[in-house]
Design a protein around this ligand. Structure first.
Ligand code: 2P0
Length: 333
């Protein structure tokens, strides 16, 4: 089964619809996993080894406008700058758009504005592919439900399937070979006091993509077989923490999950590290503050930046220790 088969399965005759508007635009939030996705059971369809759970970051994300262009090739703009269509990202984008041309000479103009730092482990491909799918759904008037939109977004980037929703989202790994049971679903809970602080340590592009890094981890780490069991345990704990608004359980579980993922990566060969000296220094500062009684935790993705987790009652205190921190209230309070 390849991506094109899945698209045909979902869209059927809608694949041949003509655009319903001149252009369409949509917003999708970026998401931060509290229980991470690391490793695929199917590389073509971005089907994960484990389920994962994230929080979407309110109005931080991507707004994408899609239109049909008269040009003889696609045009992609990211924050006003042309995307190099021969770069890795450009090639991924073109290959994704190919899925929706249905043998027609359709060329797209994709104009994306983001409100988050690109690359550097802030899940920009997640909100980018999710916003693109939402915009295509409007442009062609497919009228797909969120489940199918989530599956289409996953074909662009795994974590994009969680960016179809706001709030807490669980991506169920699914067991079907075609991945029709592998999509994001909302966990209908709000937690207005929950804050996520973006601690930007470095904005440069990472030197190994998460796609490559997760595959190398599966292929070479002797610790990887421990990962699914760790995720099962952490998923239950995070869900319990969300339902009971137990912040200490949430913070502890999210931090431990991220550190386990990075620990397993260190044991891959060649080793993978997304740590910079400043990343480790910030972690040590967080651990010291915790020893002093501050309820402050972190999570880290495929980049050197940290996402701090704390409650709004501690926001001022946390900011006094990390002056550059950008504080986000995912539930918009
Ligand atoms: C996550 N990450 O759960 C994990 C934690 C990074 C670290 O999902 O190959 O860009 O497109 O499916 O979704 C980043 O991986 O990878 C990611 P592909 P993706 O957020």
């Amino acid at each position: 089964m390849n991506k094109s088969d899945v698209v045909k399965l979902i869209l059927g005759e809608r694949l041949y619809y003509l655009p319903n508007h001149l252009s369409a635009n949509a917003f999708a939030p970026t998401n931060i996993a509290l229980c991470k996705y690391w490793g695929k059971r199917d590389q073509e369809l971005n089907l994960p080894v484990t389920s994962s759970l994230s929080i979407s970051l309110g109005n931080k994300g991507a707004t994408t406008e899609v239109s049909i262009t008269e040009q003889t090739q696609d045009i992609a703009l990211l924050n006003g700058e042309p995307v190099n269509l021969f770069s890795n990202f450009g090639k991924r984008l073109i290959a994704f758009l190919d899925l929706f041309r249905a043998e027609r000479a359709l060329h797209f103009k994709i104009d994306t504005q983001t409100t988050i730092p690109l690359a550097a482990g802030l899940a920009s491909s997640a909100c980018g592919f999710a916003a693109l799918v939402l915009a295509l759904n409007k442009l062609f008037h497919w009228q797909l439900d969120a489940q199918h939109l989530s599956i289409l977004a996953r074909l662009g980037s795994g974590s994009a399937c969680r960016s179809i929703w706001s709030g807490f989202v669980e991506w169920n790994r699914g067991i079907d070979a075609d991945g029709m049971d592998s999509y994001g679903s909302i966990i209908p809970e709000v937690w207005p006091e929950l804050c996520v602080g973006l601690l930007i340590i470095n904005r440069n592009e990472k030197n190994i993509s998460s796609r490559e890094a997760m595959q190398r981890t599966i292929d070479t780490s002797v610790l990887y077989p421990l990962w699914p069991e760790k995720v099962n345990h952490d998923l239950s704990a995070v869900k319990k923490a969300i339902h009971e608004k137990d912040f200490l359980l949430l913070g502890k579980t999210a931090e431990s999950n991220a550190l386990t993922m990075h620990g397993i990566m260190l044991s891959a060969w060649p080793p993978i590290s997304y740590f910079l000296p400043e990343t480790v220094a910030a972690m040590q500062k967080i651990w010291e503050l915790r020893q002093q009684g501050v309820a402050l935790y972190f999570t880290q993705d495929a980049g050197p930046n940290l996402k701090l987790l704390f409650l709004s009652s501690d926001a001022e205190l946390v900011k006094s220790h990390f002056s550059s921190l950008e504080i986000i209230s995912p539930f918009g309070v």
